[in-house]
Each structure stands twice: as C-alpha cells, then as structure tokens.
Design a protein around this ligand. Structure first.
Ligand code: SF4
Length: 305
C-alpha cells in the first residue's frame, strides 16, 4: 500500500516537472493533496499565485469557481480542475438571470460578489471580494447601496460593520458552514473554556456574533500561529484543522461541534491529480467576453480591498 502511494506520488511529481505545472490546493482539500501541493491557501492567496505564476499549467485542487478564477487571472495558461464535477453549492445559489433581475430593481447599487460565484456572475459584478477583504471592499467602493451575493452570513457580517451602507443581501449560504449551531459553540466553550474561538464568516450570524474572531481560512492560520493561546475552537471545514495541527504541533485545535466536511472539496484524490496531469484534463475554458468583464471585477477587488 505504502509502495503504491509512493509510486503514485513519484509519478505526480515527475509529471509536474515534465508539464511545467504548479499544483495549488485549497485549505479544505484532503491531507494527501495538501501534502503534495506546491501551495496551500484560501481563494485569495491562490488567486494571487495564479496571477503571478510562471508555470505553463495550473492544476487547481479545489472547486469549479476557484479554477475559473485562476483562468480569469491567467487566461494564457492552461488551467486544469482534476474533478470537473467538484462544484460549490454556495456559488450555485444565484444564476445570472436572477442577478440581472436584481440589478434592474436597484440600478444605483454596486454589485459586490463573493469569489464563491461562477465566472458569469463575476462578469455581471462591479467588484469581487473574499471573506478576508469583504468589509474593506464594501467600505471603500463609491456606492452607498450594495447588492451583496451570494452568502447571506458574510453579507450580514459586512452590514454589521458598515451600518451606513445599505446592503441588499442575497439569501444563499454554504451548506457546510450553515450546519454549525450556537449550541455547538456553547458546548465547545464549556469543554474548553480557555480556548480561543475562531470561525469562518460563512457560519450563521449568531455564531459570528458570539465568537472571539471571525476570520478567513488564511486569517485563521495567521491568528493560530501568532496567538499566545495554546487551544483553539475552530468553526470551519475540517481540512483546515488538518493544516492547523500540522503547522502548529504544540497547539491544540478542536472542531466547533462535529467536524464538518465539504464533499466537493474532498472529491479530488491523488489518482485524480495524476490523471489530470497525465491527460491534461479537465481544461477550463471560458468565453473571452466573460474573462474580460470578470477580470475587471477581480482587479477592482485589489484596488478597493
Ligand atoms: S465549503 Fe461551502 S463555500 Fe466552500 S466549496 Fe464547500 S460548499 Fe462551497
């Protein structure tokens, strides 16, 4: 079994070199994928790498919208998503038709879309944001009225911090983070009273309100590393807990309630990664007009964020 695994790992590494590829893995990927990736990070960190990379091929171990974002930022490179069915139910919460209708109702509002959206939604947006920069982006854009899509919890969090802005919040949510309940938080706190509670802004609003820190996955990594505290209760997908434990071996990390898994993020295996490199599949192709418009929204995110 171990020999098989090392043969597979060797094959991936040699294909990577042969194809001049870079392997990017989101923080929620399975441990074997995290361990072999060149870079692990959140959407924002991986987008930056996609933009800067000199590699000829970007193999994105994540979900559809992430590989699309890499293609928008690096249109000349081959972008590969090893499992094409790996989608994001949160991104699917809004369709271009629904957004066009909403824009018609609020013509003076700016559309701020979370990066967890499809390329056509980004192309219809004025600016994008991530969970790390959503508040800053909305604060800095020259509009009082904002259509925020698709995550209602992140939208709520932004509105709470920016009461002078009027946020028209879309009613979507992440099916993984939505499962965390306030009772889980109370129980975790009673079991580990000296632990810091860090949650992702896609969690329900009552959890956001009651936590010590509301941070993106990259923000959580940073906080856990810098904090003097030795114990943490983490409210996000379990893949991040693997990385937190690996990079902070002297600290303890507990999931807020039962560990929560994003099945789409867990679809990519080493075999899929190997096949992706070998057969250059599945190539992400986007309409040029969509790339052009979506890129403007992503570049504005850098400007305002
Ligand atoms: S964890 Fe939630 S937001 Fe992230 S990919 Fe899975 S469903 Fe989408």
């Amino acid at each position: 079994m171990e020999t098989e695994l090392s043969t597979l790992t060797d094959r991936i590494l040699s294909l990577k070199q042969e194809k001049r590829a870079v392997i990017l893995a989101h923080n929620y990927q399975i441990p074997q994928i995290q361990d072999i990736a060149d870079f692990i990070g959140d959407s924002l960190e991986l987008s930056r790498i996609s933009k800067k990379t000199e590699a000829e091929m970007i193999v994105f171990c994540g979900v559809q919208f992430m590989a699309e974002t890499a293609k928008i930022l690096s249109p000349k490179r081959k972008v590969i998503l090893p499992v094409i069915e790996a989608g994001c139910p949160l991104a699917d919460f809004i369709t271009p038709e629904q957004l066009i209708e909403l824009k018609g109702k609020y013509p003076d509002a700016w559309v701020v879309s979370y990066v967890n959206t499809s390329a056509p939604i980004k192309a219809l947006s004025d600016v994008c944001c991530t969970s790390a920069n959503a508040i800053t982006v909305v604060k800095n854009i020259p509009a009082k009225k904002v259509i925020f899509v698709p995550d209602r919890n992140l939208g709520w969090w932004v509105q709470k911090h920016l009461p002078k802005k009027e946020i028209i919040n879309w009613d979507g949510y992440c099916i993984v983070h939505e499962q965390f309940k306030i009772g889980d938080l109370e129980q975790a706190r009673s079991l580990h009273p000296d632990a810091e509670v860090i949650v992702h802004p896609e969690c329900p609003s009552d959890i956001l309100e009651s936590s010590d820190y509301v941070l993106s996955t990259a923000g959580t990594m940073k906080r856990a590393k810098e904090s003097k505290n030795l114990k943490f209760i983490i409210g996000t997908e379990e893949g991040l807990i693997y990385r937190l434990k690996k990079e902070n071996p002297k600290k303890e990390f507990y999931s807020l309630g039962n560990s929560r898994t994003c099945l789409n993020m867990k679809r990519t295996t080493l075999l899929d990664l190997c096949a992706a490199l070998e057969n250059e599949r599945f190539l992400i192709n986007l309409d040029e007009d969509i790339i052009k418009k979506a890129r403007i929204a992503l570049e504005r995110m850098v400007k305002y964020g």
